[in-house]
Design a protein around this ligand. Structure first.
Ligand code: ZN
Length: 360
């Protein structure tokens, strides 16, 4: 009798516990309603304004943001000032990657000045350093040769990062679509980006390094500096094939990836091989992170519209990854793709646990 009484107390306690959380505690999958309660980090969110409303909005949806400074657009000093201030104000909600410019390539103390720039960024609270596709795609040496990321001129820089265990976030190369004519590209957003940015549309620049050259330069870095904690932005520019991403992850233990701006490529592959994409995300659940590549600046003058499209994007991604809902994908000509319904444990890692290191 007494045992029964204790059992009933336990049942009542369990029921009380499950009332306060929205989902049944034993369910293996999240539902659309769980979007807000799931802890999330967007690891690739270009935050280029001191307007903190976007951060507070993200926080209200249980999102932390990681902003990579980038050697493009607004000056890298202004980007660092903004990031430093946001990090100071919101150390638990915001993190950032610093970066360096390459305009001084070929000058005497090129590498030394980058190392001191890295020190400045890290002292300001950076989680690591981002490098960008200008290295490999537009940077040239004094005699007009393209400079790749594995150029000896950067050796001192990467040795320094390896010795000090400074994380490298590398956006090197571009989607493979970049080397194809517009009409052969698989995704609408690639078509529109490269038609608006012909200087980066490598199909139009056959004299420039090939797609394979970009991947080789990246792999050379991973091989030469195995001690650098290395994150491949945008699926390491191997977005067109999860087999290729998997091969790189298998080959380099210190490497992980985030899929910002490339989720459409995962969805494209999931049209024909949904189980394969799902199995890939499950197999590499400890080494893949969620990101969008959304940017907010003081010039985003229509705050309401920016927020609407941001929240819709975040929710659509969650629906596709966490539930079995049909999700309409604008980048795929508006066709719908069935959600992968990844287990909760996988969602929690891809959305949060794998990126928590950026907040230490
Ligand atoms: Zn970006």
């Amino acid at each position: 009798m007494r045992d029964n009484f204790i059992l009933w107390l336990a049942v009542i306690a369990l029921m009380a516990g499950s009332v306060s959380s929205c989902a049944p505690i034993d369910s293996e999958y999240y539902t659309a309603d769980d979007f807000q309660i799931v802890k999330k980090i967007d690891v690739h969110f270009h935050y280029e304004t001191l307007d903190d409303r976007y951060l507070l909005l993200a926080d209200s949806l249980n999102f932390k943001l990681v902003s990579p400074n980038v050697d493009a657009g607004r000056s890298i000093n202004e980007q660092l000032e903004i990031a430093t201030e946001l990090k100071r104000k919101y150390p638990d909600k915001f993190a950032f990657f610093g970066t360096f410019g390459v305009d001084q390539f070929g000058t005497e103390d090129f590498a030394g000045s980058i190392v001191s720039r890295i020190d400045t960024c890290m002292a300001a609270g950076a989680s690591g350093i981002k490098i960008w596709k200008n290295i490999g795609m537009t940077l040239k040496d004094g005699v007009g040769n393209y400079v790749m990321a594995d150029d000896p001129a950067f050796a001192t820089v990467f040795t320094y990062m390896e010795e000090n265990k400074i994380r490298l976030l590398a956006h090197l190369g571009e989607p493979k679509n970049c080397w194809l004519p517009l009409e052969e590209m698989t995704l609408d957003n690639d078509r529109s980006y490269f038609s608006n940015n012909p200087q980066y549309h490598m199909y139009l620049h056959p004299e420039a390094p090939s797609y394979e050259d970009q991947i080789r330069a990246r792999d050379n870095l991973l091989e030469r500096y195995p001690g650098i904690p290395f994150t491949g932005a945008h699926l390491g520019s191997q977005e067109w094939s999860i087999d290729e991403v998997a091969r790189t992850l298998d080959r380099f233990p210190a490497y992980d990836v985030e899929f910002s701006a490339r989720i459409g490529h995962l969805q494209y592959q999931a049209i024909t091989e949904p189980d394969k994409v799902r199995d890939f995300l499950i197999k590499y659940q400890d080494r893949i992170m969620y990101g969008t590549d959304v940017g907010v600046t003081a010039r985003n003058n229509n705050y309401a519209a920016t927020v609407r499209s941001l929240v819709k994007r975040w929710k659509d991604h969650f629906l596709w990854l966490a539930t079995d809902a049909e999700v309409i994908v604008a980048d795929l000509d508006g066709r719908s793709v069935k959600g992968l319904q990844l287990p909760k444990v996988v969602i929690d890692k891809i959305y949060f646990a794998n990126a928590e290191k950026f907040f230490r």
